[in-house]
Write a protein that binds this ligand. Structure first.
Ligand code: G1P
Length: 289
């Protein structure tokens, strides 16, 4: 079995972000900031640090701020330069000319459909998918740890993290087979199982390394949980045909698709910062007693 390198990553960013209204009325939810960096930038940096070369955004109407974020900001850069200010905080964000690649998902038909919208750019090679509302903190980062595991076992490798049993109905859930260190064989997958019916509490935390055959399954546009075209259902059809493992990340996960998780991420990352950490810690201590 030859293991092809992971060169491309797909970022589904077409979602409406209704859980964060009114903040996301005129602003993409992926531009919400944790301390001083938008969620999308954390995810893109995670992919680039993991050695991924091509960034593919599956976007939609009203998401222009995302495109501007990864472009030159002519006025800003000119003004900062004229004032003798360092551009280091924005210099690395801008990608190579021609990158990122943007494809559109015209209608919100599900995560599987969003990924499928990138099929022509992904082509016939394995690829990563990162959901930017899942913020992962660790060294090496989550995708870098997954790529290292993939380079050993090949096939499909998806994140696998334990959640509280009462939360399993919110996520894609793995039915686990044999476990070997951080890797768990995936025996079956189910998207948002009804309360009390989950096969385990191992959830899929929005990090995937997938073989291109998943696109051929998504071609059929079959719908599943919530009437949506689910990535989880398409992946499930590869089990038994290709190696399929869950990978348990050594690090911290913040579910920034949820207000509580988003605030926790801001607090945790602020406390870790050398510049603002001490002041935030003093305030938090005084506030909660
Ligand atoms: C999606 C996936 C689900 C995964 C989750 C992670 O669900 O469908 O399998 O566990 O992301 O956040 P969504 O949050 O879009 O409902």
């Amino acid at each position: 079995m030859t293991i092809k390198p992971i060169r491309k990553a797909v970022f589904p960013v077409a979602g409406l972000g209704t859980r964060f209204l009114p903040a996301t009325k005129a602003m993409p939810k992926e531009m919400l900031t944790v301390v001083d960096k938008p969620l999308i930038q954390y995810a893109v940096e995670e992919a680039l640090e993991a050695g991924i070369e091509q960034i593919i955004f599956v976007t939609g109407r009203g998401k222009g701020a995302l495109e501007d974020h990864f472009d030159i900001s002519f006025e800003l850069e000119t003004t900062m330069r004229a004032r003798g200010k360092s551009l280091s905080v924005i210099e690395n964000i801008r990608q190579q000319p021609g990158s990122p690649v943007y494809v559109r998902q015209q209608e919100p038909l599900g995560l599987g459909h969003a990924v499928w919208c990138a099929r022509e750019i992904v082509g016939d090679e394995p690829f990563a998918v990162l959901l930017p509302d899942e913020l992962m903190v660790g060294t090496p980062n989550f995708m870098a740890q997954m790529v290292a595991a993939y380079n050993e076992v090949g096939g499909n490798v998806i994140g696998a993290l334990e959640v509280a049993p009462e939360d399993t109905d919110k996520y894609g859930i793995i039915s686990p087979g044999a476990r070997d260190g951080a890797l768990t064989e995936v025996a079956a997958l189910v998207e948002k199982p009804a309360k009390g019916s989950a096969p385990s509490n191992l959830m899929i935390p929005g990090r995937y390394i997938l073989q291109p055959e998943v696109m051929r399954i998504l071609d059929a546009k079959e719908t599943g949980a919530g009437g949506e075209i689910q990535l989880t259902d398409a992946m499930a059809k590869l089990i038994g045909k290709q190696p399929f493992h869950g990978f348990t990340f050594n690090g911290e996960r913040f579910d920034c698709g949820d207000k509580t998780g988003f605030i926790m991420a801001n607090l945790a990352l602020a406390l870790d910062r050398a510049d603002i950490g001490p002041a935030v810690r003093a305030f938090a201590k005084a506030r909660v007693g």
